[in-house]
Design a protein around this ligand. Structure first.
Ligand code: BTN
Length: 262
C-alpha cells in the first residue's frame, strides 16, 4: 500500500484525528510544522505526516533518527481545555495508544518507560514529544509528536543507537504497512483522547501502569535540577513520576530521564 496523503486519508477510521492531514515527503520536523499550523488556527485533530525528517527532534534536545521509506513520523494538533501543568498526561496517553497499536502487530508486549519511551525487548521502538503553547494558565494548543520505528533496520542507525533502539521489523521479523499502522494509531489515540476528555486521566493512568516497567523498581533519574535515586512508586494525577527516595522523602518528578532501572 502506498504511503501518501490520499492512501492515508482513504484508510482513516477516525472522526477528527488526521482531519485534515498534511503529508510531506521531506520536512525538517513534523512537530515544527504542526506548531506553525496551530499558531495559524489549525483545528483539533489536524495532523502532519512525513516520509522523512531532516531535523527530527527528540526530548532533551536530542535528535530523532528519521530515514525515509520505513517509519512513522507524525504530529497532531490538540486543543484540550486543561492547565499547562497537566500537559504531561498527554505524553502518557500517546504512550498507551502507541503501545496498544504496536500490540496489534506483535506477540511481544511493549513496555512503557516514563515519561515517553515505548520499548520492545528493553530497546526503544517509539518516542513521544509533546510541545505546547500556553497563555495565562491555559493551554492554547498541544502538539503531540510521535515517532514509531516500523521497518527500520540496524544499518540505518548510527553506532551509538544500535544497541538501544529497535523497530517492529527487528523484533517481529515483519514488514508493517505504514498507512495501515498510522490509521490504527490515529484511531487508538482518538478513542483514548475522547475517554480522557470525558472521564479524566484515571483510565489512561491505569492503562499506562499495566505497560509500565518501573513500579516497585529501584531507579536513578536525572531530574531537571538534581539526580534522584529511589523506588519508583506510581504516576500521579498530573502524569508526574512519584519516587520514594533513599532518604525516605517522596519526590514528584515533572520531567527528567530514568537512566538506570534495577
Ligand atoms: C523522544 O523519544 O525523545 C521523542 C521522539 C519524538 C519523535 C517524533 S517523530 C515525529 C515528531 N517530530 C519530531 O521532530 N519529533 C517527533
Amino acid at each position: 500500500m502506498p504511503f501518501n496523503a490520499s492512501a492515508i486519508t482513504n484508510s482513516l477510521k477516525t472522526s477528527f484525528i488526521g482531519r485534515p492531514l498534511c503529508f510531506y515527503s521531506k520536512i525538517n520536523s513534523t512537530n515544527t510544522a504542526a506548531y506553525s499550523l496551530a499558531l495559524n488556527g489549525a483545528s483539533e485533530g489536524t495532523a502532519v505526516v512525513a516520509d522523512c525528517q531532516e531535523e527530527g527532534r527528540g526530548r532533551l534536545g536530542r535528535r530523532w533518527v528519521s530515514p525515509k521509506g520505513v517509519n512513522i513520523y507524525t504530529s497532531i494538533v490538540l486543543r484540550p481545555d486543561i492547565p499547562p501543568a497537566k500537559a504531561p498526561q498527554l505524553t502518557l496517553l500517546a504512550g498507551v495508544a502507541a503501545a496498544e497499536t504496536i500490540s496489534e502487530y506483535l506477540k511481544k508486549r511493549p513496555s512503557l518507560k516514563w515519561p515517553n519511551d515505548v520499548l520492545l525487548n528493553s530497546k526503544k521502538a517509539a518516542g513521544i514529544l509533546i510541545e505546547m503553547s500556553s497563555d495565562k494558565g491555559r493551554i492554547n494548543f498541544i502538539i503531540m509528536g510521535i515517532g514509531v520505528n516500523l521497518n527500520m533496520t540496524k544499518d540505518m542507525l548510527p553506532p551509538e543507537l544500535k544497541r538501544s533502539a529497535t523497530s517492529l521489523k527487528q523484533e517481529g521479523g515483519i514488514n508493517v504497512s505504514r498507512t495501515k499502522f498510522l490509521s490504527a494509531l490515529y484511531l487508538t489515540i482518538e478513542r483514548w483522547y475522547e475517554t480522557y476528555l470525558k472521564e479524566g486521566f484515571t483510565p489512561v493512568s491505569k492503562e499506562w501502569e499495566k505497560y509500565s516497567n518501573l513500579a516497585g523498581r529501584f531507579v536513578k533519574i536525572n531530574a531537571i535540577d538534581r539526580e534522584i535515586e529511589g523506588t519508583a512508586l506510581t504516576i500521579d494525577d498530573n502524569g508526574y513520576l512519584i519516587v520514594r527516595e533513599t532518604t525516605g522523602e517522596i519526590a514528584r518528578i515533572v520531567s527528567g530521564e530514568v537512566f538506570q532501572v534495577i
